[in-house]
Design a protein around this ligand. Sequence first.
Ligand SMILES: *[C@@H]1O[C@H](CO)[C@@H](O)[C@H](O)[C@H]1NC(C)=O
Ligand SMILES: *[C@@H]1O[C@H](CO)[C@@H](O)[C@H](O)[C@H]1NC(C)=O
Ligand SMILES: *[C@@H]1O[C@H](CO)[C@@H](O)[C@H](O)[C@H]1NC(C)=O
Ligand SMILES: *[C@@H]1O[C@H](CO)[C@@H](O)[C@H](O)[C@H]1NC(C)=O
Ligand SMILES: *[C@@H]1O[C@H](CO)[C@@H](O)[C@H](O)[C@H]1NC(C)=O
Ligand SMILES: *[C@@H]1O[C@H](CO)[C@@H](O)[C@H](O)[C@H]1NC(C)=O
Ligand SMILES: *[C@@H]1O[C@H](CO)[C@@H](O)[C@H](O)[C@H]1NC(C)=O
Ligand SMILES: *[C@@H]1O[C@H](CO)[C@@H](O)[C@H](O)[C@H]1NC(C)=O
Ligand SMILES: *[C@@H]1O[C@H](CO)[C@@H](O)[C@H](O)[C@H]1NC(C)=O
Ligand SMILES: *[C@@H]1O[C@H](CO)[C@@H](O)[C@H](O)[C@H]1NC(C)=O
Ligand SMILES: *[C@@H]1O[C@H](CO)[C@@H](O)[C@H](O)[C@H]1NC(C)=O
Ligand SMILES: *[C@@H]1O[C@H](CO)[C@@H](O)[C@H](O)[C@H]1NC(C)=O
Length: 483
Amino acid sequence: MAFFKLSSTSIFLLIHIALFSSFSLAADPTVSYDFKLSYITVSPLGVPQKVIAINGQFPGPLVNATTNNNVVIKVYNDLDEDLLMTWPGIQMRRNSWQDGVLGTNCPIPPTWDFNYTFQVKDQIGSFFYFPSLNLQRASGGFGPFVINNRPVIQIPFAQPDGDFTLLIGDWYTRNHTALRADLDSGKDLGMPDGVLINGKGPYRYNTTLVPDGLPYETIKVDPGKTYRFRVHNVGTSTSLNFRIQGHNLLLVETEGYYTVQQNYTSFDIHVGQSSSFLVTMDQNATSDYYIVASARFVNESIWRKVSGVGILHYSNSKGPATGPLPEAPSDIYNQWSAMNQPKAIRQNTSASGARPNPQGSYHYGSINVTDTYILRSLPPTTIDGKLRATLNGISFVNPGTPIRLADLNKVKGSYKLDFPSAPLNRTFHRDTSVINATYKGFIEIILQNNDTRMQSFHMNGYSFFCCWDGLGYLVREQQRFIQ
Ligand SMILES: *[C@@H]1O[C@H](CO)[C@@H](O)[C@H](O)[C@H]1NC(C)=O
Ligand SMILES: *[C@@H]1O[C@H](CO)[C@@H](O)[C@H](O)[C@H]1NC(C)=O
Ligand SMILES: *[C@@H]1O[C@H](CO)[C@@H](O)[C@H](O)[C@H]1NC(C)=O
Ligand SMILES: *[C@@H]1O[C@H](CO)[C@@H](O)[C@H](O)[C@H]1NC(C)=O
Ligand SMILES: *[C@@H]1O[C@H](CO)[C@@H](O)[C@H](O)[C@H]1NC(C)=O
Ligand SMILES: *[C@@H]1O[C@H](CO)[C@@H](O)[C@H](O)[C@H]1NC(C)=O
Ligand SMILES: *[C@@H]1O[C@H](CO)[C@@H](O)[C@H](O)[C@H]1NC(C)=O
Ligand SMILES: *[C@@H]1O[C@H](CO)[C@@H](O)[C@H](O)[C@H]1NC(C)=O
Ligand SMILES: *[C@@H]1O[C@H](CO)[C@@H](O)[C@H](O)[C@H]1NC(C)=O
Ligand SMILES: *[C@@H]1O[C@H](CO)[C@@H](O)[C@H](O)[C@H]1NC(C)=O
Ligand SMILES: *[C@@H]1O[C@H](CO)[C@@H](O)[C@H](O)[C@H]1NC(C)=O
Ligand SMILES: *[C@@H]1O[C@H](CO)[C@@H](O)[C@H](O)[C@H]1NC(C)=O
């Protein structure tokens, strides 16, 4: 079972594959976590607001696993509404019960708990988890999820001197229920109120633009050392450009794959995406340096407040960071030229990372494609008075009985296996319409973004291999296979 999510408004598409298999824990080590989700009050942008914390922490704690570990996360819901936690990028093939998305799983009601149990089989990389329902992610509940190499497996670079996680994302001072109410009354969410870095507001780089007294993130480093930065866009809808003043970002991993290593002065990270960089502290520490995550493809003079600013502090720093932020890319209105960056990312196929596709060398050109789907997104539209995103004209409605439970208990009519293989010329509507895929087949998916803004498509639970992209198609997915 796989899931598609579009970033800005909640829409889902399910692929259904008739398959039941039991899940058994192999004799691999287990890492266990207890997560209690509750509200705490913080003021990242100077306005007190209730955010979703895990064990009192915002953002949530690190889940630190190693390839093939079994992971048990006991989630206790101390919120006032239903909850599901999802672990995107973790391959849930054969185990969609732990996926944590509505439609597959029943939500966890308030005061209930649920134990998520899964194996991070044949995987490495930097991911993040978050609550999947009802725009809750816009209020927090997210945190980093790292899968380390097994000790016998070399990483394709020298062991870094330290490891930092930066969760960057747009942020509203309205909470998720208020944002939801806006969408449900047909309104757009509008411009975010800022960008947070690890749950903190911007450093006061400009006394006019940033109020006094905001907490900000400081990363402390030693000169000459090289650190790994794992950067994730945990936001709701804003593409971000990430950069560290005066420093190169050496891209080494993206979405759980080692890449061919390449330096960037700034790097675009769209909603839901994750990348790791090695950064060498090779500057003279005349001052601290800015760490910036600013809104991309927007008019900067209007969106200036939507910038996250943290501080890189050398232990021998001679003073605070001053002056303007390092410049953002100038191709704001040229999204096609901006495509050159993701297109240049190549998997390092000789790196000894985990291989989700151990068979390896499929002859891609000779695969017999079983099904082809063209999935087209259009700008959000008003359906029954509510603002909804659509794929092929359909806005997904969660079924009363989650799909896998309906299958298990032979509940008829919970969903329809009639998702159209191409956009149809018909009016928008809401439906529990699911793709009927073929077990062990190969599905070709063409993502056609006919929205007026950038979309990132996330395909949950499966491995995909990005075959090609061309004009009119925005394809920026993990280089993996669907099985
Ligand atoms: C969210 O905001 C709404 C409207 O401002 C408010 O009524 C509600 O109590 C808030 N919920 C939480 C959990 O803070
Ligand atoms: C994560 O786990 C690895 C392997 O057990 C360990 O070496 C590392 O120190 C851990 N990292 C953190 C931040 O706990
Ligand atoms: C989750 O696991 C804990 C300890 O392993 C156990 O006490 C608890 O009953 C489990 N909860 C559920 C809902 O299975
Ligand atoms: C790819 O990984 C291999 C094996 O670790 C490493 O030796 C090589 O430098 C990497 N290549 C690039 C271009 O990053
Ligand atoms: C701060 O931002 C304001 C508004 O954009 C701008 O006019 C001013 O020049 C900036 N100040 C500094 C010191 O950069
Ligand atoms: C990346 O930049 C660093 C300096 O910041 C340099 O030492 C390194 O050789 C560069 N690596 C590549 C692959 O260009
Ligand atoms: C430190 O580096 C900055 C930026 O490259 C440069 O302007 C400055 O002159 C350097 N200072 C010293 C003391 O080398
Ligand atoms: C950005 O917005 C400002 C203020 O509305 C406007 O004056 C300016 O022309 C816009 N810039 C571009 C490049 O569209
Ligand atoms: C595709 O189908 C053809 C004809 O049935 C067969 O010869 C070929 O081996 C198949 N290719 C793959 C990769 O399975
Ligand atoms: C779509 O349907 C409308 C009315 O149902 C019709 O007027 C229009 O020609 C159709 N467009 C296409 C491309 O078939
Ligand atoms: C789904 O596809 C299978 C063949 O792959 C077919 O047998 C079945 O009838 C289809 N189900 C529906 C509801 O179309
Ligand atoms: C999709 O976008 C293309 C190119 O901008 C446009 O010609 C076409 O009319 C759009 N289709 C729909 C259904 O909006």
